[in-house]
Design a protein around this ligand. Structure first.
Ligand code: NAP
Length: 434
């Protein structure tokens, strides 16, 4: 019997578990350990609440968990309740699937002012992550600057711009919906340090901005390269740029929509200013060098704003004793191998890029590597040893069956038309299992 511990119950964790089930059949016992009492990581607290069709992938993970040889153990923090070294003693393979839940730092003066928020916190707040339920973003802001031109920036802008009506069918948490209903936002500005041909937004997600009830995207025509140059782009990117061009053309017809979502390209924030709270952003105009990197031109201007949300990517928090690559914000690894018996997968392995589906081949590849390394297993104790250790330490664990009760309670308390009202407090989650 092979014993595998997977740390993290997001997509990377579940695809690895599924791969282990398929590869080893009955000859494996997989424990998926999560810090929260509820599973699915990014699917529950990262994917936008108005993207329910993406969230539906959790049904596949549930199927994996219903197999006899895969177990979910929630409410266990690796590094506090049990160490990686202890898990390595107990399991043939320990796989870190911890994702990249921390913000890449916005390293400019003023980034510590009130009203400057990282996307991990803002996304966690509207998605009901217990760590960010008390964020209380300053929604009295009339002008909001969003730094970054990726899909997270798009999610954040769309959530800020939607009407209550447009959240029907979503599982945005009650505290966020209430806050957004009172929001004063009139102007949302994306600051992209490069141009329209360098955005990291995908076409489907970008297209949604053109369909909003009360908000209109605004793109300056002079920022575009020649239209003929679009032909050199890969098809997805070309489609995304076509959306930007259409936003420019359609701007006049959308004047009646009160919220502007402005794309400010070749714009690099260099300082945030304000007396205690953010009041303005100092922005430097940029141009591209021959390697398509942004370089400052020295020309500066001010953007008045009362909230800044930085959406410039994420990093994996280090774990004591695990080799770490600081520059790239992920575990040091070669094709997922960190040390003998210790692996990483998903964003913890490759950094925060790609779609949810990218984690599937990742999970299958890591299980191939594990199979090569551990053979038939090394007579480790596995889950019995972990259970004993956690019991002696008084750790209250949560099973998948418990989670199903928590889920039932979340469904029962949903507002009309919403699939669930998430618990945002760990104690409430644990109480809900009965
Ligand atoms: P991302 O795609 O890497 O985009 C980060 C953006 O921040 C880029 O535009 C980048 O510009 C900019 N940036 C980085 N450092 C900066 C700095 N110091 N100053 C100014 N701008 C800076 O990251 P993300 O938006 O966090 O998304 C993470 C991953 O999740 C991506 O793979 C994304 O596609 C995925 N995701 C998908 C969906 C969806 O499919 N619905 C939703 C959300 C997220 P440069 O290009 O110039 O570096």
């Amino acid at each position: 019997m092979r014993h595998i511990a997977i740390i993290g119950s997001g997509p990377a964790g579940y695809y690895s578990a599924e791969a282990a089930q398929k590869k080893f059949g009955e000859d494996v016992a997989v424990d998926i350990i999560d810090r929260l009492p509820v599973p699915f990581g990014l699917i529950r607290t990262g994917v936008a609440p108005d993207h329910q069709s993406i969230k539906a992938v959790s049904r596949r993970y549930e199927k994996t968990n219903l197999g006899d040889n895969v177990r979910f153990i929630g409410n266990v923090t690796v590094g506090e309740d049990v160490s990686v070294a202890e898990l390595q003693e107990l399991y043939d393979a320990v796989v870190l699937a911890t994702g990249a839940p921390a913000d890449r730092a916005l390293d400019i003066p003023g980034s510590d002012l009130d009203g400057v928020i990282g996307s991990a916190a803002f996304v966690g707040w509207y998605n009901g992550h217990p760590d960010f339920k008390d964020l209380n973003p300053p929604l009295d802001a009339r002008s909001v600057a969003i730094i970054g031109n990726g899909n997270v920036a798009l999610d954040v802008a769309r959530i800020l711009a939607k009407t209550e009506n447009e959240f029907a069918g979503s599982d945005i948490v009650g505290h966020a919906l209430d806050g957004l209903k009172r929001s004063k936002v009139e102007k949302i500005t994306f600051l992209g340090r490069r141009g329209p041909h360098q955005i990291a937004m995908t076409p489907k997600e970008l297209g949604e901005l053109g369909q909003l009830e009360r908000a209109r995207p605004v793109v300056e025509g002079s920022d575009f390269p020649d239209e003929g140059d679009d032909a050199m782009l890969e098809p997805g990117m070309r489609k995304a740029v076509t959306h930007l061009r259409n936003f420019h053309i359609a701007a006049a017809d959308a004047q009646h929509k009160p919220i502007e979502i402005i794309f400010d390209f070749f714009a690099m924030p260099v300082e945030i200013q304000g007396g205690g709270r953010v009041e303005k952003l100092i922005v430097e105009k940029t141009m591209l060098d021959n390697d398509l990197r942004s370089i400052g031109t020295g020309e500066r201007y001010e953007l008045e704003c009362q909230m800044v949300i930085s959406c410039i990517g994420y990093r994996t928090p280090p774990i004591e004793g695990v080799p770490y690559e600081h520059g790239r914000g992920r575990f040091a690894n070669v094709d997922g191998r960190i040390l003998p018996g210790l692996y990483c997968v998903g964003w913890a392995r490759r950094g925060p890029s790609g779609t949810i589906g990218t984690n599937k081949p990742d999970g299958f590849a890591i299980v191939d590597a594990i199979a090569e390394d551990i053979g038939a297993g090394d007579r480790k104790e596995g889950r019995a040893g972990l259970d004993r250790l956690l019991e002696t330490r008084g750790v209250e664990t949560v099973t998948f069956r418990d989670w199903k009760k928590i889920e039932e309670a979340e469904i029962a308390r949903a507002r009309d038309g919403s699939p669930r009202e998430k618990f945002t407090d760990i104690a409430d989650m644990i109480a809900a299992r009965g």
